[in-house]
Ligand binder design. Structure first.
Ligand code: ATP
Ligand code: MG
Ligand code: FE
Length: 344
């Protein structure tokens, strides 16, 4: 079965084809970074309009790359939420129209399920059950994952998401947009520990996180009388260490609580090399393992949506009802159900 995946939840237009027999056949991505850079953040209306411009082009490109015609596609999977309503509407309208025209099913997919399952696309995929650490621009969550669609929330950020903290801190330091990768790059030239930042909620005894105070702590350093911009790399390194230390400690606590040995990391911050190093070492010591998506599939993309949709459809998920453009800008991941045929 060949599934076309469409992602437009935020500022990336992603299209891909996943074949349940042959794997990922093609995926194309257009990032709107340049479009939003001048504003220092995503402008929802501009995002929607750009998805409209890019999606037809990417669709043609992806099919060409995969060596397929529209008639070869068996089903469409699209990001239905969570995300920006206007941006979601573009992908949903195109996906539902494509499916209606071809007489094939269109499956609404949860964006975070896409992120969460993306490590299963790698050459050495994790086995269920596992603990997932979702660290993206909008979410920081620990989930117990029994199988596709069976997700229990163990803990989450009470304020900023980890990626958001990276972006806001980078902005404070005068780095470009989006700041996460730039801050990470700067951190490689610095030494952690020369500044001392807090490890928020490290000893809170639960599996929740808080990152907004860390950004304030950085602000206090850079607006203090002794601040020397030459030491920015040291501050970036300390920031990155603080985030990674807390994420790692809570991920280990989640594994302990659930009695599981496998950790899966997904979302944009999962591309962070320092975080990967810290988690790899910690899990090795505990006799466990960490799985990540391919670096290019950490941030938003169509491949993860095509894949999540294909897993569900292959498990017998039925797409019911009249054709409709289905979006859900707010949608808790733990509300998902396993594919229908797998349910009792
Ligand atoms: P969500 O998935 O929660 O809706 P999103 O789709 O915006 O949010 P992603 O695309 O998964 O999030 O990830 C983007 C985030 O990842 C940004 O905040 C970005 O700064 C961060 N990020 C990307 N690469 C790195 C890196 N190497 N180090 C730290 N952060 C990074
Ligand atoms: Mg993005
Ligand atoms: Fe995302």
């Amino acid at each position: 079965m060949k599934v076309l995946g469409i992602e437009t939840s935020c500022d990336e237009t992603g299209v891909a084809v996943y074949d349940t027999q042959e794997g990922l056949l093609a995926h194309c991505l257009h990032s709107q970074i340049d479009l939003h850079a001048a504003y220092g953040g995503v402008v929802p209306e501009l995002a929607s309009r750009d998805h409209i411009r890019r999606l037809p082009i990417l669709l043609t490109q992806t099919l060409e790359l995969a060596g397929l015609n529209a008639a070869d596609i068996d089903a469409v999977a699209y990001t239905s939420g969570p995300g920006l309503a206007g941006a979601l509407l573009v992908g949903a309208s195109v996906a539902e129209s494509f499916a209606l025209a071809r007489g094939i099913p269109a499956l609404p997919v949860h964006h975070l399920e896409g992120h969460l399952l993306s490590p299963l696309l790698s050459a050495d995929p994790p086995q269920f059950p596992f603990v997932a650490l979702l660290v993206s621009g909008g979410h920081t969550q620990l989930m117990r994952v029994r199988r596709v669609g069976d997700y229990a929330l163990l803990g989450e950020s009470v304020d900023d998401a980890a990626g958001e903290a990276f972006d806001k801190t980078a902005k404070l330091l005068g780095l470009g947009y989006p700041g996460g990768p730039q801050l990470a790059r700067l951190a490689t030239q610095g030494v952690a520990g020369r500044f001392r930042l807090p490890r928020p909620m490290l000893h809170s005894g639960d599996l929740d996180f808080s990152f907004s105070g860390l950004k304030t702590a950085v602000l206090n350093v850079v607006s203090g009388p002794e601040w020397d911009p030459e030491r920015m790399a040291d501050l970036a390194a300390e920031f990155q260490h603080a985030v990674a230390e807390v994420l790692c400690a809570k991920a280990l606590a989640a594994l302990k609580k659930t009695g599981l040995k496998t950790l899966v990391v997904a979302g944009g911050v999962g591309a962070n090399q320092h975080l990967r190093q810290v988690l790899d070492e910690a899990l090795q010591k505990k006799g466990g393992r960490v799985h990540y998506p391919e670096p290019a599939l950490c941030t938003d993309n169509g491949a993860m949506i095509a894949f999540a949709g294909a897993l569900r459809l292959a498990a017998g998920e039925v797409v019911g009802g009249e054709p409709a453009v289905r979006i859900r800008p707010r949608w808790p991941l733990a509300e998902l159900q396993p594919p229908q045929s797998a349910r009792q």
